[in-house]
Write a protein of this length. Sequence first.
Length: 316
Amino acid sequence: MVDLQSGAWTKAFKDGAFVRKQSEFRDVIVEGGLFPPEDNRYHLYVSHACPWAHRTLLARLLLGLEKRITYDVVDWRMEPDGSWTFNPDEPGATADSLNGERSLEGVYNRAFEGWTHSGKVGTVPVLWDKQLNTIVNNESREIIRMFDAMASAGLGNGSTLCPEPLKADIDAMIDANYESVNNGVYKSGFARTQSAYDSAVHALFNRLDELEAHMEGRHWLVGDGSGVLTEADLCLFTTLVRFDLVYVVHFKCNLKRIIDYPNLSGFLERMLALPGVRDTCDWHHIKAHYFWSHESLNPYRIIPAGPAVGPHSTAP
């Protein structure tokens, strides 16, 4: 049972620095467990805008689980309290086809009665169990690892994003990129003091410089030679693909653009060239969400026209 006092993700600050709270629902899909790997038992709730949710859609695609795991998409407009709603009239979004809820808060409340009165806010992604009618997990990194286990159990296309010999290296790479890059863009954008911003933005670009050097002569982050496509690539990709589109301007991450890094730009293009990956990128949801939803950063909700170059094809 989740401890509602711990809360869902909300914006918290310490000495002007943005602090991300941890996910609360941490059950696991495992053979012999409460949540076994079964066909058409699990359902995702995602936002196309969210890089964490995007990871799960990519893993579902690349592991061949599209016909095994269903999903619904929330509207790109985040409510003032940080909550998400369903809107089948918005292109790219859907209704809650499974539970018929208007909001993601309703989904959370189905798993834990009283959630909607707890003062907490439910986040995406959410992995839902259709049989037990509850939330399995809402931590993206754990969800993509579970999807790999499901694929290994015969439900996918026979591939893996976490080869056992590379598991330690994959985890180390994801860990190294998380705080400085994945969360670093948010720490830069939501900083409330100059010192908090300076610390976050320089850590971010120091790590991007390291990754640019690491990717020299490589296709993928982990593995011998040119590397092997793994979870580490998915976790970095969903941040980098939003970088020039949103983070450079909106989160003041403007020391460089990803297009200024030849090796990281090549990495993005390789990811986008994989079958189906570009289709998981809803550029309108991504850009409109950030510039419209964060009124404290963009009070007039002006959505920029560009960039005119790069993989996004958003300019008129």
